[in-house]
Structure formats: structure tokens, C-alpha cells
Design a protein around this ligand. Structure first.
Ligand SMILES: [Zn+2]
Ligand SMILES: [Zn+2]
Length: 291
């Protein structure tokens, strides 16, 4: 539940022109507003599941997006049942100036957003159908300008080769791999909440630059409670991060009974040192290696 000074968990992700909001609890429009990011450019909303703390803010968010003069369609991803929930919540915002497309997922699907960001979903283990998500930005291989010049390729054709197209130069066919280097590491972000640990999660988030994972409870003594309610303890999230060889772990979705999550962070750091407690309105910029 939201508390004074603690908003509900939600993540806004931007990569080039693709903007995605993941989860939308009560008050998300205020957090979004405080982030300074505009509402108009959002391409999709991805819902992990249909508990109130992840969806109850949807009407307000849609109202703000409408207020931003957006007219392009908006996609809402979520588990089975999303259509019914969105339909009910949007009764109070009936005349949206854009169409809302709803895509219900079972887990296992992947979608590429208009500007190339790839979304993947995995079914996890909560008290109802629940999805974890990853977002992946591919990185094009490096373009070898010297080789392109040596092959006599005019600069006007370079962008086509960079985009992976074959070009024709004075009757010669030039393939992109003649002027590009090795494949390069892209960027991957994982969002895992609300769930128990499942055997599939580490592979799903493998190698992520950033994993945002629930840690509803910090105290290992509360493991049984976590199990009953379909949540994780900090050290379980850290175990996923270590097994998946992610670069960085941010814990989120704290129980209102845990007033100071920092008190328990050592339980996670003992397993995965690059663990942080998620902060209010935290903004993180990820860059490609060597950029
Ligand atoms: Zn839940
Ligand atoms: Zn929740």
C-alpha cells in the first residue's frame, strides 16, 4: 500500500523513442509527473498482474496521457483478464482521444515496439496470473568506415549497410558483414514482481544490465510469510541476480510492515554485492559498453 513518503512500485523506461510504463498503482501519475518525463510519448503500458497495487492508478494515468494531446494508439500488455479490468477502470475516462489496444499474454511472448525495443514476458508464480518482463535494446555492430572507403562505397550508401541492407556499387554486391565488426552487447532490463522464485526466472533475466526485483520482505525470518503470499525475501532476489549474472539489482515492492528496507540490505549483499534498495523517483541511465 502507498504510505506517506513511499509510492507504489512502478517503472518508466525510455529507449530511443520507445517509452513503456510498467505497472500503474494508485498515485503513479504523481510519481510520473515528478519524474519530469512527458506523458505523451508513452508507447505501451505493461502490467505484471491485476492486483490493485499494480493497476488502480490506470484511470488517472490514462487521463493524464489524454491531457497531453496524445492521439496515437496506446498498447496495454497484461495477463489474461486485463481486458476486463481495463474496461472497468476506464469507465471514468470514457472519451480518450486515442485508441487503447489490449494484448493479453500467457508468458513466452515477445513484441518489438515501434522503435525497436523488444519486450518479453514470462509467467511467474504469484497468487494470480502474473508476468515478469524484460526489455532488450539490440546494438548494431560497429561500422568499419576504413573498410567501406577501401571498397569504394559512397558515403550515401553507408546508412543502408549499417541498417543491415545489401547495396550495389558499380555492379558489385556489398553485404553488410563486409563492412561491420563483431556483434556487440545490447542493453537489457528485467522487471520481476510479484512472485516467488521460479526455476525459469534466472534464465529469463540472464545477463541483464539492470534487474529490478521485488523484495517484499527483508528479514529472512519471514520466508514462510513470503511463501504464503507469493512474494520474495531479499536474499531470494539476490540469489536470482547472482544465478542470472546480472550487473545490478534494485529491490522494490516493500511490505508496509518494513519501514526501513536498508536495515536488511546486507542479507542480499552477502549473496549479490551489487544490490541497492530502490529509492523514491530514482532515475538510472544505462549506456552501451564503452559509451
Ligand atoms: Zn500482487
Ligand atoms: Zn504487489
Amino acid at each position: 500500500m502507498p504510505l506517506p513518503g513511499r509510492w507504489l512500485s512502478s517503472m518508466l523506461l525510455r529507449s530511443q523513442r520507445d517509452v513503456v510504463l510498467v505497472d500503474c498503482g494508485e498515485g503513479t501519475q504523481i510519481s510520473w509527473h515528478l519524474s519530469g518525463w512527458g506523458f505523451r510519448d508513452v508507447e505501451a503500458i505493461a502490467l505484471t498482474h491485476l492486483h490493485g497495487d499494480h493497476v488502480a492508478g490506470l484511470a488517472g494515468v490514462l487521463f493524464m496521457i489524454a491531457h497531453s494531446n496524445r492521439t496515437d494508439p496506446l498498447t496495454i500488455f497484461g495477463p489474461r483478464g486485463t481486458y476486463q479490468v481495463v474496461e472497468a477502470l476506464t469507465i471514468v475516462v470514457p472519451a480518450l482521444p486515442f485508441t487503447v489496444q489490449i494484448i493479453e499474454l500467457d508468458g513466452g511472448e515477445s513484441y518489438t515496439l515501434p522503435d525497436g525495443l523488444e519486450l518479453r514476458a514470462l509467467q511467474v508464480d504469484h497468487r494470480m496470473s502474473c508476468l515478469a518482463y524484460t526489455f532488450y535494446r539490440e546494438r548494431a555492430p560497429k561500422f568499419d568506415a576504413e573498410r567501406a572507403r577501401a571498397l569504394g562505397i559512397p558515403i550515401t550508401l553507408w546508412s543502408k549497410l549499417q541498417a543491415g541492407e545489401t547495396v550495389n556499387v558499380d555492379g558489385r554486391t556489398i553485404n553488410p558483414d563486409q563492412v561491420t565488426g563483431k556483434p556487440r552487447r545490447g542493453l537489457k532490463v528485467g522487471l520481476v514482481t510479484d512472485t516467488r522464485v521460479t526455476p525459469e526466472i534466472p534464465d529469463f533475466v540472464r545477463g541483464a544490465d539492470l534487474l529490478v526485483c521485488e523484495g517484499t520482505y527483508g528479514d529472512p525470518e519471514l520466508r514462510e510469510r513470503a511463501r504464503q503470499r507469493g512474494h520474495m525475501v531479499f536474499d531470494e532476489a539476490a540469489t536470482i541476480a547472482r544465478a542470472a549474472e546480472v550487473r545490478r539489482l534494485i529491490l522494490t515492492h516493500f511490505s508496509p510492515s518494513m519501514l526501513d528496507p536498508e536495515k536488511f540490505v546486507q542479507h542480499a549483499r552477502a549473496i549479490f554485492p551489487e544490490t541497492e534498495i530502490g529509492q523514491q523517483h530514482q532515475t538510472i541511465t544505462l549506456a552501451f559498453d564503452d559509451e
